[in-house]
Design a protein. Structure first.
Length: 247
């Protein structure tokens, strides 16, 4: 996180923000649902970063950003309940929430229903499969940090965080009918020193072997991504997927 940028913006800045904005720009997303909207970075950045007249609606539990942050509409809502969507969106962005959902499958299904045919879902999450995350888990004895914020019992974000890596998220999205599942590269400072690459060698070799014996293009595409730098070394995952239908 960039401390200076966070101080200037009034909310934390993370290196996956430009990647999400580039996806929205390339997909020409003019209507976006930000769920959950957190402190409002997407509403604040969407229009100036994409150069488009983007309409952004935000959903969150509490502490929603002010209307001046660029949102058309802000709704207090628990993501464990059906989404209050009046019309389908071009894109849905879910930042750092899927790993805390009480029922990730129902949440992804709700996102799909909130998208128009051909619309794009963008998921971001900390990468528990990165070399550094696995070494930290080995050191402390558990994979995910326990929740530290006080949240309503039974809410979508009150569940114990689960370690959703690229493979698990790919399976989740594919099982719910999403297509064109793509892992995007996030430029991070200090990524991939020689020790990280040495420790990651067995994982890369496994993915290369599975790629060599893959029987179809979909499988080959998956194993190429599973063994890529963003999957093995990245601290952040940014994954996009399309709802099938007219694009």
């Amino acid at each position: 996180m960039h401390t200076a940028a966070a101080h200037a913006l009034g909310y934390p800045y993370f290196p996956y923000y430009p990647v999400v904005l580039d996806i929205l720009r390339s997909r020409r997303a003019d209507s976006v649902l930000d769920a959950p909207c957190g402190r409002g970075w997407l509403g604040d950045m969407a229009r100036p970063a994409t150069g488009r007249d983007v309409v952004v609606d935000g959903i969150g539990l509490a502490g929603l950003p002010g209307q001046a942050n660029g949102y058309r509409r802000l709704t207090v809502h628990d993501l464990a309940s059906p989404l209050p969507v009046a019309a389908p969106y071009d894109a849905v962005v879910c930042s750092e929430a899927i790993h805390q959902a009480a029922n990730p499958g129902l949440l992804v299904q709700a996102f799909q229903q909130a998208l128009r045919p051909g619309g794009t879902l963008v998921l971001t999450a900390a990468n528990p499969a990165s070399v550094r995350a696995r070494l930290q888990a080995l050191k402390r004895g558990f994979q995910a940090n326990p929740p530290t914020e006080s949240r309503p019992p039974g809410s979508a974000a009150s569940a114990t965080p689960l370690p959703w890596g690229f493979a698990q998220l790919h399976l989740l999205l594919a099982d719910h009918g999403f297509a064109d599942i793509t892992l995007h590269n996030v430029v991070e400072v200090g990524q991939g020193p020689w020790f990280d690459r040495l420790i990651a060698w067995p994982m890369r070799r496994h993915c290369q072997a599975r790629l060599k014996h893959a029987q179809d293009e979909a499988s080959r595409h998956f194993w190429r991504q599973a063994g890529s730098d963003p999957s093995v070394h990245g601290r952040w995952l940014v994954i996009s997927a399309r709802r099938p239908g007219e694009g």
